[in-house]
Design a protein around this ligand. Structure first.
Ligand code: AMP
Ligand code: ZN
Length: 112
């Protein structure tokens, strides 16, 4: 847990989130400012700052995130596809410095 990290606070239950999935390693919740009709993110519970800080130890975790994306997308009604976005670092437009994968869909091919 990293102090002042909003996603760590969601993981800890200190601030609310509209969750759609949770297990011992991962949590998924709807984006507070959705860019399309369906917009949620999958977040590792461990505080990894970004993809640039991930390492070999996170290999299985990163795989689990990507394999979970189509399962949750389908549950959310995205039957004909979705976008996945990972912003990395300031230059990549990352605002919340806790690794997360956006899953977006339902708004046409280029929503967001
Ligand atoms: P990024 O630019 O990839 O770091 O995206 C951060 C995302 O987190 C943005 O789409 C925000 O709308 C979203 N966000 C920020 N705070 C919250 C929150 N408390 N609950 C849900 N989503 C959030
Ligand atoms: Zn964090």
């Amino acid at each position: 847990m990293s102090e002042n990290c909003i996603f760590c606070k969601i993981v800890a239950g200190d601030i609310p989130a509209n969750k759609l999935y949770e297990d011992d390693q991962l949590i998924a919740f709807h984006d507070i400012h959705p860019a399309a009709p369906v917009h949620f993110m999958i977040v590792p519970k461990e505080h990894i700052v970004s993809l640039a800080e991930a390492n070999q130890r996170h290999e299985q975790l990163l795989g689990r995130i990507l394999l979970l994306a189509p399962i949750l997308a389908k549950e959310q009604g995205l039957n004909d596809g979705f976008r996945t976005i990972i912003n990395t670092g300031k230059g990549g437009g990352q605002e919340v410095m806790h690794l997360h994968v956006h899953v977006i869909g339902g708004g046409g091919p280029r929503a967001m």
